[in-house]
Design a protein. Structure first.
Length: 408
């Protein structure tokens, strides 16, 4: 079997039928040899990781010469057995040429279109035959690779790296406890967590993560009227009562221990608790068959954009929460404090680059209403960019949050 795809800037559209049908050969037809060549190594890697040995070839043909396109397709179907054209993506004239081909070579051609939103395959030649239809589960890593990017896993020159979280029952319980503390006053929580990350000094041993805070340094912040510094001692006591830190002492020097690295990160990086809360709720959601609704979900996914570009340039973005449902990517930006429209542009840009037109974009916010006219402006900009808003997150009961997350 030979799958013929019309090259599209959306990576998943170029390879979805190959993942679905496992053909002997994939032929990519497009007008830019350079763009196709950049993506081929990534497609090879995705197929190899799935154990598929499909041969991949590419053909370039101008996008504005219908007769040339048609003749190219004629040559392909005459040189290859059982050709199936995937009409999911591609330029208009390529699709017109397939219509012409159906008139002249109908017995040698099949056509279908894959619906990336519901996993259905549409029979486009009305012969009643299509590949077996199933909702392909594409991973986050595959989605990034298919669009010419790389997930950054090792830190370089102070840049962030993707952290793999361990979603144990104990950690899920700890997330809820931290969320209940943080939701009372998200802005104060952010300030307190920022302060901890700034003035605290961590010491690591094989079995302990101890933080020490110079009381004189904290006192200096208090003298300057820093509310976070004034309220931090009470927060630490609440954290200890909740079992989120232990061995707290406040004499001369404030010291305490974190249970593990994950709690340390949540309590020293502002906004982290909201991100892990959203991800943990999405991971727990199941469909009617009991399968995970979002089969892949990660927090703080750092992507190097230039996997298929100039290696001398490094463009890196971090996605707060990145989830997959079938082959549909969902990009979530989580803000439990003040922010500006630049965050919306970042979310929109990275979603279009690594998710294409089928990507879902979501902004999770603490309370846009409290931002006054700025909040109204942000809502309007989000609507223009087709970014869905989950607002007043701190006031939502968790069961209502789960209901909303099901609908993304």
């Amino acid at each position: 079997m030979t799958i013929i795809e019309f090259f599209d800037k959306s990576g998943i559209e170029n390879i979805i039928s190959t993942l679905l049908c496992a053909p002997d050969k994939l032929i990519l037809v497009g007008h830019s040899r350079k763009k196709i060549a950049r993506r081929l190594p990534y497609y090879h890697r995705v197929l190899a990781n799935r154990g598929l040995s499909t041969e991949i070839r590419s053909i370039t043909v101008g996008q504005n010469n219908l007769q040339e396109i048609y003749q190219t397709l004629v040559d392909l179907v005459e040189q290859n057995e059982k050709c199936i054209f995937d009409l999911t993506g591609g330029e208009d004239l390529y699709l017109v040429a397939v219509g012409m081909l159906l008139q002249t070579h109908r017995s040698r051609v099949q056509c279908h279109r894959f619906n990336l939103q519901n996993g259905n395959v549409t029979d486009c030649d009305a012969d009643g035959r299509v590949c077996n239809s199933e909702n392909i589960a594409v991973s986050i890593e595959e989605t990034v690779m298919l669009n010419g990017g790389e997930i950054v896993r090792e830190q370089e020159a102070g840049e962030p790296a993707t952290c793999d979280w361990d979603w144990t029952p104990a950690f899920l319980d700890q997330i809820e406890k931290m969320w209940l503390l943080s939701r009372r006053d998200p802005r104060l929580w952010n300030a307190q967590i920022n302060l901890l990350g700034r003035v605290g000094e961590c010491h690591f041993t094989s079995d302990r993560i101890e933080m020490q805070i110079d009381a004189n340094r904290l006192l200096q912040y208090k003298k300057n009227g820093n509310r976070a510094a004034e309220t931090l001692p009470n927060l630490l006591k609440e954290l200890e009562r909740a079992g989120l830190i232990h061995d707290l002492t406040t004499q001369n020097r404030i010291t305490f221990c974190f249970p593990d690295q994950q709690i340390r990160r949540c309590l020293t990086v502002a906004g982290q608790v909201l991100e892990v809360l959203i991800a943990s709720r999405m991971i727990a959601l199941t469909d009617k068959q009991g399968d995970r609704l979002y089969h892949d979900c990660k927090v703080g996914v750092v992507i190097n954009w230039d996997g298929d570009g100039d290696t001398r340039v490094r463009t890196v973005n971090e996605i707060d929460v990145f989830a997959m449902q079938g082959s549909t990517p969902i990009f979530l930006s989580c803000k439990n404090g003040d922010f500006d429209s630049e965050e919306l542009y970042k979310l929109n840009t990275v979603a279009l680059r690594f998710g294409g037109r089928f990507a879902k974009k979501v902004l999770v916010a603490a309370d846009l209403d409290k931002m006054g006219s700025k909040g109204e402006f942000l809502k309007a900009r989000a609507e223009e960019m087709q970014i869905r808003i989950i607002d007043r997150i701190t006031r939502l009961p968790l069961n209502e949050l789960d209901r909303i997350l099901r609908t993304l």
